[in-house]
Design a protein around this ligand. Sequence first.
Ligand code: 5GP
Length: 145
Amino acid sequence: MSLDGAYDPDNLFARILRGELPCAKVYEDADVFAFMDIFPQSRGHLLVIGKASRARNLLDVEPGDLAKLIAGVQRLARATRAALKPDGLAVSQFNGAPAGQTVFHLHFHVIPRYAHEPLRGHAQGTAADADELAVLARAIAAEID
Ligand code: 5GP
């Protein structure tokens, strides 16, 4: 999907938000929802999405909704740092399929980086073990302020 187009209410993340599909949930409040990426690029890779906005990407979103979302990203990044003690933390976000976006509900990736560990591929490979993701989700959730 290019940068143009309509929001699909049945996209993967909308379905996860509605509870129609399972996920390893880390955090939820009135505005944001965070859960583990099922194809983690590193140990602890999670996703943060807005609950109300129907933005597909950064270009669509209302600034007020974006402000709440990015505050959530910072909160989850801080909790990830406290829980997993990575050496670095990447935050990424893609707009349109040619840029690497595969799910068209605005989201940010929080990706812990560990020294000397290469990043795994984006949205590919073997799905992570659900129990391992649940353990990581609980560890990160325990560090949220
Ligand atoms: P994007 O490619 O749009 O930036 O990010 C979408 C992310 O969703 C990818 O990192 C991909 O690994 C992740 N993903 C794909 N399918 C699922 C799924 O069923 N559950 C979860 N939790 N993540 C998924």
